[in-house]
Design a protein around this ligand. Structure first.
Ligand SMILES: Nc1ncnc2c1ncn2[C@@H]1O[C@H](COP(=O)(O)OP(=O)(O)OP(=O)(O)O)[C@@H](O)[C@H]1O
Length: 260
């Protein structure tokens, strides 16, 4: 079945964010439609990660508003974003290195757990049923990402590309409706990038997950995005479909013309 892009589910209006004297974002507006792959690009320090942090409530903009599923939030807290189905991965891998792949992915289920720690520790009835259900979901994620053979391996022993895949797995375990990916392919070789690209497209296609992606690899961005927003020095300088953005002279001058 062909993937159909839906209505706007996330709207960012006139967002401005400063850290002391540093203006990270100035009057940024753009929206994200259901089921689309929406990329944010721009040179180093353009404000891309700050934008993701505004979306999931880690940073609170001094001006502007965030509307998610029709609900206006001036300040969306991280737990609200997570409980409303927004999951994210980070630029620098944030996994428990000594824990197995399986246990790391299991931590993605935390918000969905209803029984408390003591009930789980004692394997009481409801906790036991719940754990079986969570394990089942985690195994599904492991199969989907084709990492069955490393499910018991401590994450710290895995090559970088696989660690990034596990991080994606942990985000998927939360069954998000929107996934924020902060440079999921940074530092990867060509083959690892191709794999990651395929998984992102499959997540979007098979689960209908809306994806907001920050990525420096222009080939990847232009290939897989439905729409792209371009930031430069905290300002929006382009927004549209890949072809439109590619041919925007301001974008070419500010971004595509510079080497990274
Ligand atoms: N917590 C913070 N405290 C102070 N300044 C910050 C903070 N977070 C971001 N900044 C500043 O805001 C600006 C935008 O940074 P941001 O990390 O959002 O850019 P970016 O486009 O994601 O960059 P990169 O591609 O290098 O990751 C930079 O000048 C950065 O130094």
């Amino acid at each position: 079945m062909a993937r159909e892009i839906g209505d706007v589910i996330l709207n960012l209006e006139n967002i401005s964010l400063s850290f002391g004297g540093v203006k990270a974002l100035t009057d940024i507006s753009f929206d994200v439609r259901e089921h689309e792959i929406r990329s944010i690009i721009g040179p180093n320090g353009a404000g891309k990660s700050s934008m993701l942090n505004v979306i999931n409530g880690v940073y609170h903009p001094q001006e502007g508003q965030v509307t998610f599923h029709g609900e206006v939030r001036r300040e969306m807290e991280p737990y609200m974003a997570a409980s409303q189905g927004i999951a994210r991965t980070f630029q620098n891998i944030a996994l428990f290195k000594g824990m197995s792949v399986l246990d790391n992915i299991m931590t993605g289920r935390n918000l969905k757990m209803k029984c408390n720690f003591l009930q789980h520790a004692l394997h009481w009835g409801a906790a036991r049923c719940e754990e079986i259900e969570h394990r089942h979901k985690v195994e599904e994620v492991i199969d989907f990402l084709e990492i069955q053979s490393i499910r018991k391996t401590p994450v710290g022993r895995l090559p970088y590309g696989l660690q990034k895949r596990v991080e994606l797995g942990r985000a998927l375990a939360a069954e998000p409706s929107m996934l924020l990916l902060d440079e999921p392919m940074a530092g990867m070789n060509v083959e690892e990038k191709q794999d990651m690209c395929r998984f992102i497209l499959d997540v979007n296609d098979q689960f209908g997950t809306t994806i907001v992606l920050i990525e420096h690899d222009m080939g990847v961005v232009m290939d897989i995005s439905d729409r792209v927003v371009v930031l430069d020095y905290g300002k929006k300088i382009g927004d549209g479909e890949p072809d439109e953005v590619k041919n925007n002279p301001e974008v070419i001058a500010a971004y595509l013309g510079t080497s990274h």
